[in-house]
Design a protein around this ligand. Sequence first.
Ligand SMILES: [Ca+2]
Ligand SMILES: [Ca+2]
Length: 201
Amino acid sequence: MMKREFNQRSTMSRSGFTLIESVMSIIIVSVMFVAAMSMTASSRVNQKLTADHNQGLLLADMLMTEILQEIYIDPQATNTLATELDELTTTRATWNDVDDYNGWSASPPQNKDGTDLPGLAGWERIVTISYVNPNNLTIKTSGANTGVKLIEVTIKKNGRKITTLSTIRTGPKDHVVEDVNPILIDDQTGRIVQVQQALLN
Ligand SMILES: [Ca+2]
Ligand SMILES: [Ca+2]
């Protein structure tokens, strides 16, 4: 009689332990599942951010290459960082010098003739041209031509900044074009992007 009760208790004990093990297993598997799903979601977000950054860098580089093919300063220029009186402001078609691009923005991004680049709804390109101190390129100056222009192309997607590509273009204070070898800096990665020399005038 006592042996039978012992066996019953032992069986109940084993059943209880098995139940706890089952619950613990379910919890562990659930936690691992949630962690795995979280990692997958995080990986997808990172892949999307990387893809956006690469797309933004390409768009910035395209426009920067176009700007760097222009002369440093327009023969008709005053010291104003802007288009000259005989040039259009609605498209870039007639622009011929670096600072014509100052303040330019378009969403979606456009070709030089004003046609939209396809498949880029929500993307925007913004250009800023500034004179900087020749002895300290981080200091923007106002007013007279210093012989050094900072070119910044910022890319946004749905209002969110993706990257800013920047470079320095040098030229004399007269109207003669000087050879340059600009180095482009991607501010999101700090990576240097070298424009193909063949693309430069
Ligand atoms: Ca011009
Ligand atoms: Ca100009």
